[in-house]
Design a binder for this molecule. Structure first.
Ligand code: BGC
Length: 372
């Protein structure tokens, strides 16, 4: 079967003939792949900054944002049936007994770095026709999310971040007073840095959660992304026209920053204006060659005198996948056109080079495995 792969040793991105997988264990599920999202990590894999082929393989099949349809199940599979839609998780546990995270089904917090990630690190990904995996690594998706189910995985990054924010903030009285009809975050402000798919999905999650949400990003207020931000009830602030100080003035005390740019410079600049008891979440992975200067003493002073927390987060566990599927359903009820417009275009697999090797603009590009 066809698959898109990187061949790190030859520094090539190719369409390869990959052996079709079959059900080997009673809890295995076979999926026909439908939509595969392309993200910054995939483009980094295709420029060989990142990524490792599985042991014994010359190539790595890429793709980790996936929606598939169940076509066959092993005799012990209980959670999905043929015909169901499902999304696949990315990370698989390390083998070490001492890794309590992996041994507790929380490989997104692996201690040893010996985890594998399908489509990224030592395990083939999903940009191919069929995939087999254990049912524990997939989540069923309701049929009404067929068009947008491919957005579940990038949304899980935000869901894992927000779950941790609520846990971290249990250190102080932070919860908003319960008011019927108001969502739990209504008394807090949140600033999202960046208006790519991870930022925009994070903004939708925060807005749906009641937060007064601002998106601070490059790009004019007249851009399509700014319109999308307005459509979900958040406020767009252009970083080229508004300094960080002006951002802080417009927002007031910033309770939460959700960073989705991968840019260290702007992230540490915004850290300066984080509010009292604020939390700053980093999700972007900056390139190894980019260095940023910042006022470390000012940031340290604020961290201490304002009781602030900064944390980084990567990957996502089962709960984040469940939350993402639930929230995507809520988004589609509230803002169907805006959420659909996150997907800029669907491309057939034959167009993989245009999508992966150049930056085609827009928001989320998807390889439709059933596309012509
Ligand atoms: C994926 C994560 C993964 C991370 C690091 C991201 O693009 O969404 O699942 O853990 O890359 O490899």
């Amino acid at each position: 079967m066809k698959a898109v792969a990187v061949v790190p040793r030859q520094r090539q991105v190719q369409l390869v003939e990959h052996e079709a997988p079959s059900i080997a264990a009673p809890t295995d599920v076979k999926l026909r792949m439908l939509d595969i999202g392309v993200c910054g990590t995939d483009r980094e894999l295709c420029s060989f900054q990142y990524g490792t082929a599985p042991p014994g393989s010359e190539y790595l099949v890429i793709g980790h944002e996936a929606l598939g349809e169940v076509v066959e199940v092993g005799p012990a599979v209980a959670r999905v049936k043929p015909g169901h839609l499902a999304v696949l998780m990315v990370r698989r546990p390390c083998p070490h007994e001492r890794c309590v995270a992996c041994r507790s089904d929380r490989q997104d917090f692996c201690f040893t770095d010996d985890y594998t990630e399908r489509g990224i690190k030592e395990a083939h990904g999903y940009m191919t026709e069929f995939v087999v995996d254990d049912e524990q690594y997939m989540q069923p998706v309701p049929p009404e999310l067929r068009d947008v189910g491919v957005l579940v995985e990038p949304l899980t990054i935000a869901e894992k971040a927000l779950a941790q924010v609520w846990q971290v903030q249990e250190r102080l009285p932070w919860a908003c007073a319960a008011v019927p009809g108001r969502e739990p975050g209504y008394c807090h402000t949140a600033v999202v840095l960046g208006a790519g798919p991870v930022g925009l999905l994070g903004a939708a999650m925060l807005a749906a959660g009641g937060f007064q949400t601002y998106v601070y990003s490059r790009g004019a207020v007249t851009s399509a992304k700014a319109a999308l931000v307005a459509a979900i009830g958040a406020t767009y602030i252009c970083s080229e026209a508004n300094s960080v100080e002006s951002l802080a003035e417009q927002v007031g005390d910033i309770d939460l920053v959700y960073e989705a740019t991968g840019a260290a410079g702007i992230s540490f600049e915004v850290m300066r204006v984080l509010g009292p008891n604020g939390v700053f979440v980093l999700t972007g992975v900056p390139g190894r060659d980019s260095a940023a200067k910042f006022d470390a003493a000012l940031i340290m002073r604020n961290l201490v005198l304002k009781n602030q927390v900064v944390f980084g987060t990567v990957n996502a566990g089962r709960e984040a996948f469940e939350a993402a599927i639930r929230d995507l359903g809520i988004f589609m009820q509230r803002w169907p056109d805006a959420i659909r417009s996150l997907i800029t275009a669907r491309h057939p697999i034959a167009a993989y080079r245009d999508v992966l090797l150049s930056n085609p603009g827009g928001i989320k590009h998807v390889i439709a495995m059933d596309g012509e």
